[in-house]
Write a protein that binds this ligand. Structure first.
Ligand SMILES: C[S@@+](CC[C@H](N)C(=O)[O-])C[C@H]1O[C@@H](n2cnc3c(N)ncnc32)[C@H](O)[C@@H]1O
Length: 267
């Protein structure tokens, strides 16, 4: 298995036959990539309980963490792909957009004026669009599976003025420098060999920051067993708000004893 083959656990039941990208967030195209679309392509229901969950998540993220309506207005836009949403406080809430808003806020607190961001496994492109609105001059390389890249291209083209600063590719070849590499809920879908491939590429390249947000344990892999080297300094190490099965690491390259810290994560 090579790095850009679908991992055995992911997409197993995915149906990717619709070309109706305008509705990609409610017709199964985004299965496994979007909060409410299950891996089998079926749409989850926004019932009362789910709507309340979204409102609470929004409140925690925007009031306890972000506390800046200007930041939210600058980066948060929901509409492309016609997702089901909950209207609240003047905003359309969807799980993916809300959680990515937290990720965008976290990154922008620490990573100053990046010239090049690499996102591995960017789903339908939501976070990249939010970050591009914050860092208008930054270049982005999106690394993903072929069908996800097709979805990202559509979403980003419709969400931004143009795609001039975007490169789409299926592996890490040719990437020599990046201020920031992002991997959110994506390594946890991969085999140990695929994780090792990506980590080796990240660690041998000139990367300053790595934002790695994955489950403590999924399928056959555990975050504490990812083959990190020692030379990372954790700036953020905690579980995500409202998602205590997912660990948020913001790591900066630098002399350290990171593997000791890694082993303290729960199984
Ligand atoms: C669960 S989605 C997460 C999407 C997004 N990062 C988020 O958090 O909402 C997993 C992502 O990993 C990608 N992926 C799965 N296997 C991959 C591989 N071997 N190489 C690159 N990307 C992969 C999928 O295509 C998808 O974009």
């Amino acid at each position: 298995m090579t790095a850009h083959q679908p991992s055995p656990h992911h997409w197993a039941k995915r149906q990717y036959d619709s070309q109706d990208f305008e509705n990609m967030r409610n017709n199964g195209i985004c299965a496994g990539l979007d909060g409410l679309t299950n891996v089998d392509g079926n749409l989850g229901k926004i019932d009362k309980k789910y709507a309340e969950h979204l409102r609470q998540l929004w409140t925690v993220i925007t009031e306890a963490f972000i506390q800046s309506p200007a930041f939210v207005d600058k980066v948060y836009r929901v509409g492309v792909g016609n997702p089901p949403y909950v209207q609240y406080g003047g905003h359309k809430l969807t799980h993916s957009d809300v959680t990515n808003l937290f990720n965008a806020w976290r990154i922008t607190r620490y990573v100053d004026d990046p010239k090049h961001i690499v996102e591995i496994g960017g789903g339908f492109g939501c976070l990249a669009a939010q970050l591009k609105r914050f860092y208008p001059k930054c270049k982005f390389t999106m690394v993903d599976l072929e069908d996800s890249l097709k979805i990202q291209r559509y979403y980003l083209k419709e969400s931004l003025d143009n795609l001039n600063d975007f490169t789409f590719q299926q592996d890490m070849e040719g990437i020599e420098q990046a201020d920031l590499v992002i991997n959110i809920r994506s390594m946890m879908e991969m085999t140990p060999e695929q994780i090792a491939y990506y980590l080796e590429k990240i660690q041998e390249n000139d990367v300053e920051w790595f934002y790695c947000v994955n489950r403590y344990s999924k399928h056959m892999t555990k975050l504490r067993e990812y083959p990190f080297d020692d030379d990372w300094i954790p700036y953020v190490s905690q579980h995500l708000p409202g998602q205590d099965h997912i660990h948020e690491y913001l790591l900066k390259r630098g002399d350290g004893r990171f593997t000791n810290q890694l082993r303290t994560l729960r199984l």
